[in-house]
Design a protein around this ligand. Structure first.
Ligand code: UT7
Length: 330
């Protein structure tokens, strides 16, 4: 079957109503607004309501993306959801979203877990499936309810994360050289111990003791993750530019994974690209993992920052460690 160009037809995002400020967190753990702001750039994050599941947030973002693309859920024949916080261990949250959103029964629906790089992995997967000609319209969602896997007594992690969802609708185009023009995905499994959840999986199912010890929550070696993040994001950005014989200066805007403002500033320095080319919203949402890039992409588009002909670079890293970059020509 012919390989076709794949384009983003619409985007949408959703953030839960509840805003949790740094000031509020300083009443529950030994931290301060000043520490969180200067070390991470985060001022506040959103927290999903107890009865608001990952699928509910995903459906909100997906509806907005479909509306933006002027398509209906029934037009979708492929649904890929990047998340590490699905509603349930099984079935895939993609199937729950399919049912809530009204995506047709025959559509292919599955989850994918590449932690914070999940959206870039899901975008590449969906675009390859559309490019093959076997699928026509895909919905790609990055969504997380990280508040359920954060240890709210651990000040080294709980101040960094938030909940949210972002989505993109993908279709084919006969015009060459537009849409997703390239991706670079990778992983280094020798760093699995930098960011992980030790219990609740097949190697160590949850027990009453593990839950009491909050071993079902995220643990992170923050300093080491920071160093690796800067290195792999810089590499992922450089490699994709080299592959496409482009210079960093030709990038109109970078949509980086929103984990820490200092990581984004370091990438800006390494690539010698001014910060005004980087879209930043980590101050308002914290790190929403797989949702971070699609929320930022949607906000950048809705703010009118992306024009036809622009070149956008997405660049992410996450637990695994996974990393990925993608180039989009609008
Ligand atoms: O998507 C991937 C997700 N992860 C990341 O992107 C995380 C990457 N890492 C980071 O963003 C940074 O390493 C952090 C923001 C997590 C930490 O910043 P840092 O500058 O690397 O601080 P640090 O870990 O070296 O901690 C400095 C001090 C320590 O105290 P001592 O040992 O110097 O006395 C920490 O115990 O800050 C202390 N600390 C805190 N103090 C107030 C750690 N967390 C907090 C806190 N409030 N929330």
């Amino acid at each position: 079957m012919p390989i076709r160009s794949t384009v983003i037809l619409g985007t949408g995002s959703y953030a839960p109503e509840r805003v949790l400020t740094n000031g509020e967190l300083s009443h529950t753990v030994d931290t301060s607004d000043e520490w969180i702001r200067t070390r991470s750039g985060i001022r506040e994050r959103r927290i999903a309501a107890p009865d608001e599941a990952t699928s509910d947030m995903a459906v909100q973002a997906a509806r907005r993306a479909l509306e933006d693309a002027r398509l209906a859920a029934a037009d979708i024949d492929l649904l890929v959801v990047a998340t590490m916080t699905p509603d349930l261990p099984m079935p895939a949250v993609a199937c729950i979203i399919q049912q809530k959103l009204g995506v047709r029964t025959a559509a292919a629906c599955f989850d994918l877990n590449a932690a914070c790089s999940g959206f870039v992995y899901a975008l590449d997967t969906a675009c390859a499936m559309i490019a093959s000609g076997r699928y026509q319209k895909a919905l790609v969602i990055g969504v997380e309810k990280l508040s359920t896997i954060v240890d709210w007594q651990d000040r080294t992690t709980c101040v960094l994360f938030g909940d949210g969802a972002g989505a993109a609708v993908i279709g084919a185009s006969s015009e060459p050289g537009i849409g997703l023009i390239g991706t670079r995905l990778g992983a280094s499994g020798d760093s699995v111990d930098l960011l992980y959840i030790s219990h609740g999986g097949s190697s160590a199912p949850s027990t009453a003791e593990s839950i009491a010890a909050r071993a079902h929550c995220m643990r992170m070696k923050g300093k080491e993750v920071f160093k690796q993040a800067v290195r792999v994001m810089d590499d992922a950005a450089r490699e994709i530019l080299e592959q496409h014989q482009l210079h960093a200066d030709q990038i109109s805007h970078v949509i980086p994974h929103q984990a820490n403002l200092r990581i984004i500033e370091a990438i800006s320095q390494y690539l010698e690209l001014p910060m005004d080319r980087f879209f930043v919203n980590v101050d308002r949402y914290g790190n929403t993992s797989a949702a971070s890039i699609p929320i930022a992409l949607d906000e950048a588009r809705r703010a009118g920052r992306i024009k036809p002909g622009d070149l956008t670079l997405l660049v992410a890293f996450g637990a695994g460690l996974t990393y990925g970059s993608a180039l989009i020509r609008w």
